[in-house]
Every structure is written in C-alpha cells, then in structure tokens.
Design a protein around this ligand. Structure first.
Ligand code: FES
Length: 382
C-alpha cells in the first residue's frame, strides 16, 4: 500500500497521543468547529486498517501439482462442452431452418427457441465455468493495489483559497453595502425564471379543440338541412357509402364525413381529416356484442371506430378478418372489433372511440360526433 493511505494522527490525537478521538464527542466533550480551508477530519481516517489490507488467508497459495492437473482437466472438459454446444447450435440452425419450409409457425418457432437458446446457453455457461475455475484454481492470486494521488488540495492551497475568498468578499463590500447586494439579487432573479418562459415554446394549449372532430359539425349541418345525420364517404374517392355496398361480413374500409373538403378551410383540411378518420367494419352479427347504451350505434353489425390509435396516435389500420381484431402496427396494440374496440393487447390504455351510426335512404350515416376525444389518452385532458 502507498504511504498516502496510512492512518495519520489528527490534530485531536489518536490512541498514540493519549487522547481519545471519536469517544470524546460521544462523552460530551465540546464539538470542535471546523475552520474554512482546513482539511476535513474524514481524511484522517483510512477506510481499512493496515492489518485489514493484508492478503486474506489462502490467497497466493499454490495447489500441488496433482490438484492443478485435475483442475486443468476439468477446465478442458468444460471448454469441450462449450465447443460441442456451439457446434450443435450451428448444426441445428442450418439443419432445422432448411427443413419443411423453415422457421414459420408458432410451434416451429417455439421448438427452435428451445433448442437454439438451450445450446447457446449451455455453451456460454460451460465457457464461463471453465474460465472461473481456471482463474481461481490455476492462477496465482494476490492483492493488486492501484496507487492514486491525494484527491483533495493540500492544506496550503486550501488555506490560500479561504484567505483569498474572504479578502475578496471583504473588498467587494457586499456585507457593508446592502443596496448593492439587494439590487444584484433583484437583477439575478429574472434569470432564474427564464426557463419558465421557454415553456411557451411548447405551443398553444389545445383547450377544447381535441374534444371534437369534424363529425360533430357535419352532423349539425346535415340536421339543419332536415336530415338525420351526415353520410359516410370513402376516404380517397369521397363516394357516399350505401349499406348494400358494405354487406360482406369481415370487410373494413376507411371513411370520412361527407363535405369535409368543401366546408373546411384549405389549410385545415389535413388536420380535420386526421382527427375524423374512421374505420368502418362489418362484424358478423352473431359475433357482435354491442356495448351497453350503444345497442343502436351499428347498422346490421356495421360499426365505426376512430382510426387514431389511443396509444400515441398511429393509424390503427390493420384488421384481421378471422379474429375481428384491429391492430395498430406501431406498438401492436390490439382492439376487439366485436366488443366496442376494447384493448385486448398492447400499450394502448383505452378502447378506440366508437362513432354512432344509423341508416338513411339506404346510406350509412353518423348521427353525432364521437362521444369521447379521439387519439392518445392524454388528449382526454383537452
Ligand atoms: S400508437 Fe398504436 S400501439 Fe402505439
């Protein structure tokens, strides 16, 4: 060990100087004030006593020749096991991945995970065990100390710093000139508040705008013209959708409210489209479970849900016909189209909002806006 790490007697003395060091404070002796710039008493205490630094029993011992030979054979055996497991991994991968069309299917994937993972884990374990035994049984073991210089400044520097600091404070007159001190604090205060001003860069508050989509406005306009609701048009072609056009169970299509292009200012069309975009799904009637209070929100099993994923807003655009699951490709949130688009898998925290539907003159219509905010859950605060 370096001499730096040896315990040095402090000003209050160690056992050698005849004065108690730590016990004195416990017994009610007056507590010594530490003077600015003087070394901390902590520096006087070594983390380990000199005796504790000596090598532990057994360290540095060498095994006899026979024991070393035995350890060597064990290590070599473990390395051979690691080699065999690695070869098995490669052989299985090559042989299996080419067999019967490769790795497709859940059962095949499970089987491959078991064998590939098992052989690789065995290889790593055997290698690690071999290296550990090699190091512990065959290599000499001795304490290694890395010498480091003293981290703190020496006492002279600390005293010089404390002296300069006090001289500077005295010279500035900050304690004697309250006017200057107070105006300085006043000048610095706004700088502390500056980060608050940066919050403005986060943009305007959404207020209530996120609570509504263009469906509400379109329905209001349709009702003012004596209709029951607004027709659904196909996204892209803007063709109004008849019930008979969408009669096959299992189909899905993206729709928007009729008139969005004509009545919304050009620079807002994209925003309104993004909020109003809706998926229409024809769920087989025998599998459809209308939610309580929404029994008449569908037309012969045709239901409409917001296409904006309630996780972070990607388009939930994938539909699996056999299971009637709506899937968001971004983080795999999955919603059940037969059951009010409730979340059945993934990070989304709530169901896709449902749009109330009805029928008028053979067309599918929406009778109101969504009853809850569309999009990520935090928008509910809007
Ligand atoms: S945005 Fe849909 S799952 Fe994340």
């Amino acid at each position: 060990m370096s001499d730096d790490n040896k315990e040095t007697p402090g000003p209050e003395g160690s056992g050698e100087s005849g004065e108690p060091r730590e016990g004195a404070e416990r017994e009610g002796a007056p507590r010594r004030e530490r003077v600015v710039g003087t070394p901390s008493p902590a520096r006087e205490k070594a983390l380990l006593a000199e005796d504790d630094i000596s090598a532990p029993a057994g360290v540095g011992e060498q095994l006899d020749e026979a024991s070393m030979k035995r350890a060597e054979r064990i290590v070599a055996t473990l390395f051979m096991v690691a080699f065999a497991a690695s070869v098995a991994f490669i052989a299985y991968f090559i042989g299996w991945s080419g067999r019967d069309g490769g790795m497709h299917g859940v059962v095949r994937a499970r089987e491959s995970n078991f064998w590939l993972g098992g052989t690789m884990a065995l290889s790593f374990l055997a290698m690690a065990a071999g290296v550990t035994i090699w190091v512990r049984r065959l290599m000499t073991s001795k304490p290694i100390v890395q010498e480091r210089h003293e981290l703190g400044a020496d006492e002279e520097s600390q005293a010089a710093f404390a002296r300069d600091f006090m001289e500077g404070a005295e010279d500035s007159g900050i304690t004697k000139r309250p006017l200057l001190r107070r105006t300085l604090l006043l000048a610095a205060a706004p700088l502390g508040l500056a980060p608050l001003v940066l919050l403005r860069d986060l943009g305007p508050l959404p207020e209530k705008r996120l609570r509504h989509t263009y469906w509400g406005e379109a329905v209001k306009r349709a009702k003012s013209e004596g209709k029951k609701g607004v027709r659904l048009v196909v996204d892209g072609t803007h063709r109004p959708l008849r019930v008979s056009d969408f009669a096959s169970p299992g189909s899905m299509i993206t729709v928007l409210p009729e008139g969005i292009e004509e009545h919304v200012p050009e620079d807002e069309v994209l925003t309104q489209n993004a909020k109003a975009v809706t998926i229409l799904i024809n769920v087989p009637e025998d599998q459809f479970k209308p939610a309580k209070g929404r029994e008449n929100w569908h037309v012969n099993g045709i239901v409409a849900y917001s296409k904006v994923c309630t996780h972070v807003g990607c388009p939930a655009a994938l539909y699996e016909q056999t299971t009637h699951h709506i899937l968001c490709p971004c983080h795999q949130s999955t919603f059940d189209a037969t059951d009010a688009a409730k979340v059945i898998f993934g990070p989304a925290a709530r169901a896709l909002p449902q749009l109330p539907l009805s029928e008028e003159d053979g067309y599918i219509i929406a009778t109101s806006d969504y009853h809850e905010p569309v999009g990520p859950s935090f928008w509910e605060r809007g």
